[in-house]
Design a protein around this ligand. Structure first.
Ligand code: GLU
Length: 475
């Protein structure tokens, strides 16, 4: 098998070893443990597409890790590192992620072995539509059983093409619009999905910083304000997480690591400006007013409060784990720390806030989008005006009873019905808070008291095991 080697272990093995810690701590019977870790099915497709007059053959996968809940859910990635091992590992992460944040989906993931930057928009559309047809025809794309979303190298645009391909194939499916999430809002997407993963990272970190004992154990004190953060990857997740943490929590982004090097400014980099510069020039090199380091990987080792890897898997490995100087590693990406590196970091007292919890915001809002789609109505549509009128009555009643005019802020806050963005934010915030509290409730049972990864997997495994026990393992 074509494995992604992150030192001795492949990505899939690395995830499984981490899950083993939770399975052992819970004393799960070996047969059931094996069943839980095994990928249910994997589709591999190769298909030809005529590009610039020549036929090119593309290879893609869609792995379904678990079907204890349906649909199976997870993104589609376009990257040259994509292989079967990677999609299987990522699909299994989706299973645990959904269980941790109480999203009733199984885990799946897809990927195409491609460098999307080498193709123009029309070519990517041709390739994506063909891939979508392959998936749909083989039962790996459907609102009821398998629902993709964006991931590294894909976004709203790709989701719209997949949706349209599915709709053309199955126009009689009344729920066709729910066959993918992360779509443009004009095509059934939900407000807040684009920034959802980054927003979830921010909300997850905020919740961590509400637990003073945990903050202290990480060697820190206070809230997020002025915390020094190193961000690796300023893609969709890293950009939104860094931007929100900087603009709304007062954190300092002291370094940004990208493909072409790293920017450092101990007074804090303006995330929005760096991103704009990247959009204009294609990289970060030359960004004015910050020092530039060509060897981006070395900047992972910079002393900081929070290291936020937000790109691909395996960036913290046995080769650099001993030199990481962050107090907290906040896993915004999937699998950024290998199994071996995880052991090294924890033995050095570095706290890891694990991917399966911290980056779950994307799938949480995907769940809201899927519900919106099968409900065929935007959230807030029925009650918003009603709530506004009721708010107006409350303000009038207060004014009548006190004989005073309500201050403007009170008027604005009370006379306001929630719109879709408010509800998505509220649902995501609640989910991230509750999930962290669930993790804390079992954290003390994990071998190392501050091993949040094992605790998070224990939360997931308990839920999945219960579902296996209720439904039986075979049908
Ligand atoms: N690709 C994202 C992830 O890794 C989102 C998946 C989804 O929304 O289904 O969590």
């Amino acid at each position: 098998m074509n494995d992604v080697k992150t030192q001795g272990l492949s990505f899939r093995q690395s995830v499984n070893h981490m899950v083993d810690r939770a399975l052992t701590a819970l004393g799960i019977e070996p047969g059931l443990a094996r069943a839980m870790k095994t990928c249910n099915s994997v589709l591999q497709v190769s298909f030809p597409v005529r590009i610039r007059g020549k036929i090119e053959v593309f290879k893609g996968w869609r792995a379904v890790h678990s079907i204890h809940r349906l649909p199976a859910k997870g993104g589609i990635r376009y990257d040259l590192k994509v292989c079967q091992d990677e999609v299987e590992a990522l699909a299994s992460l989706m299973t645990y992620k959904c269980a941790i944040v109480d999203v009733p989906f199984g885990g799946s993931k897809g990927g195409l072995h491609i460098d999307p930057r080498q193709y123009d928009r029309d070519e990517l559309e041709l390739i994506t539509r063909r891939f979508a047809r392959e998936l749909a025809r083989r039962g790996f794309l459907s609102p009821a059983t398998n629902v993709p979303a964006p991931d590294v190298g894909t976004g709203q645009r790709e989701m719209a093409w997949i949706l349209d391909t599915y709709k053309t194939l199955y126009p009689e499916d009344i729920n066709y619009i729910a066959c993918v999430t992360g779509k443009p809002v004009a095509h059934g997407g939900i407000r807040g999905r684009v920034e959802a993963t980054g927003r979830g990272v921010q909300l997850g970190l905020r919740e961590f910083f509400r637990h003073m004992e945990d903050v202290k154990a990480a060697g820190l004190e206070g809230g997020l304000a002025d915390k020094r953060i190193v961000v690796q990857g300023l893609g969709n997740v890293g950009y939104h997480a860094a931007k929100f943490l900087q603009e709304q929590d007062g954190a300092k982004i002291v370094a940004i690591i990208e493909r072409d090097g790293a920017l450092i400014d101990d007074n804090g980099l303006a995330v929005e400006q760096v991103r704009q510069y990247m959009n204009e020039t294609g990289g970060i090199k030359g960004f004015p007013g910050a020092s530039y380091v060509e060897d981006g990987a070395a900047v992972l080792e910079k002393e900081c409060d929070i290291l936020l890897p937000a790109a691909l898997e395996g960036v913290i490995h046995t080769g650099n784990a001993a030199r990481i100087q962050a107090k907290i590693v906040a896993e915004a990406a999937n699998g950024p720390v290998t199994f071996e590196a995880d052991e090294i970091l924890r033995s050095r007292g570095i706290v890891i806030i694990p991917d399966a919890y911290l980056n779950a915001g994307g799938v949480v809002v995907s769940y809201f989008e899927w519900i919106r789609n099968i409900h065929h109505m935007r959230f807030g549509r029925m009650e918003r005006r009603f709530d506004e009128v009721r708010g107006q009555h409350i303000v009038s009643a207060l004014e009548m009873m006190t004989g005073e005019k309500a201050p403007d802020w009170m008027h604005t806050e009370l006379v306001r019905g929630a719109d879709e963005s408010d509800l998505v934010y509220s649902g995501l915030d609640d989910t991230m808070r509750l999930a962290f509290q669930d993790i804390c409730a079992v954290r003390d049972m994990a071998e190392g008291r501050h091993d949040y990864r094992t605790a998070a997997y224990m939360v997931a495994v308990q839920k999945i095991a219960r579902s296996y026990a209720d439904l039986g393992v075979s049908v």
